[in-house]
Write a protein that binds this ligand. Structure first.
Ligand code: SF4
Length: 337
């Protein structure tokens, strides 16, 4: 189900814009759609809409259902979420009121260090299924921030992701800056984001400043030179008023070199941006390793000394298959239920 088709169904039942907005508000906040929550006279629903509510509620609840929850020591909870057709995606409840949602089942970018990339793209996640992941999270804890950093490349499912963002930033009550669109960098996203009423913050997965290495690590990402990515991101940062969050999955012996530090300094000095260094979460099935903790800390210190605001972060719930796609991969093997 798409959000627009849900809106159309409500209109066909006689819902006026105020009713539509009210019901969408309840859904996005994980509140029951039943009429007992409707107090203001202008929200009194037409009889046909009221009659359809139980069926609609069941349908919306079925868009994303919890298969299993895996709490991590850091306060995050990784969720394995079933979609209505039996496909599964991962969401993560993050510490301090965030949720990370998936925009695709699988992913076509094929990053060599990512389990999700291994499967290729299986299907798009519908706009209503994206919002349903947020509603599912809100049924469990307060959510004030939504990051599109789960399974999938949001730019490859752009219409659905942007439709979800528009709803979450309006009826969903999430601050626009607290909606974080994450991408490997795609012209279509750079063109569309500036035109939106709800402009999300932008996270850009850079991973290396070496174009040839980037083509190896992210084999099917658009071939945009790192310096051009940074320039496109900088234009959006200035327009939106939010700094770009550059993401750098730190892999031992691959992109933890002094040459990369010099490259980051060259590209990001003076930019409205911050750098998140995220030590790789080692996956037994893949040949990449997490760098030594001291090396990661030293890199963050070096960049901060050069005036590039840098944070050393861990992927949430790394003690419970914290790398994107690991939980789903284990479920397919029958080990996570
Ligand atoms: Fe896709 Fe992100 Fe995994 Fe790359 S890291 S394959 S973009 S899900």
């Amino acid at each position: 189900m798409q959000i627009e088709s849900l809106r159309q169904r409500l209109r066909d039942l006689g819902a006026r814009p105020v009713h539509e907005q009210h019901l969408l508000r309840l859904w996005t906040r994980a509140l029951p759609l039943d009429t007992t929550t409707v107090r203001r006279p202008e929200h009194w629903l037409p009889a046909e809409v009221r009659a359809a509510l139980p069926g609609l509620q069941a349908e919306l609840n079925g868009l994303a259902t919890l298969r299993s929850a895996h709490p991590g020591a850091d306060g995050s909870v990784r969720l394995l979420v079933d979609l209505h057709d039996g496909q599964a995606v991962e969401s993560v409840l993050l510490p301090r009121g965030g949720v990370c949602v998936s925009s695709q089942v699988g992913c076509a970018v094929g990053c060599v260090f990512c389990m999700t990339g291994k499967s290729g793209l299986l299907r798009q996640v519908g706009s209503a299924e994206i919002v349903a992941q947020v509603a599912l999270a809100r049924a469990q804890r307060e959510v004030k921030r939504v990051v599109f950093m789960g399974m999938g490349e949001p730019s490859h499912n752009l219409d659905n992701v942007l439709e979800a963002i528009q709803l979450l930033g309006t009826a969903g009550g999430i601050g626009h800056k607290e909606l974080v669109f994450s991408t490997v960098g795609d012209e279509r996203a750079f063109e569309r984001l500036p035109t939106l009423a709800v402009k999300p913050a932008l996270a850009l997965s850079l991973h290396t400043t070496d174009a040839a290495l980037r083509a190896q690590l992210l084999p099917r990402a658009p071939r945009i030179a790192p310096e051009d990515l940074v320039e496109a991101a900088e234009r959006y940062a200035r327009l939106s008023g939010y700094p770009i969050q550059f993401q750098w999955t730190l892999i031992e012996g691959v992109n933890d070199t002094d040459a990369e530090l010099e490259g980051i300094a060259r590209l990001l000095q003076g930019k409205y941006a911050m750098m998140n260094l995220i030590p790789y979460n080692t996956v037994p099935a893949l040949p990449y390793r997490r760098p030594d903790g001291e090396r990661a800390a030293e890199m963050a210190r070096w960049l901060n000394r050069r005036g590039i605001l840098t944070r050393l972060r861990n992927s949430a719930g790394q003690d419970v298959d914290g790398g994107c796609g690991q939980l789903r991969a284990r479920a397919l093997d029958g080990q996570a239920t």
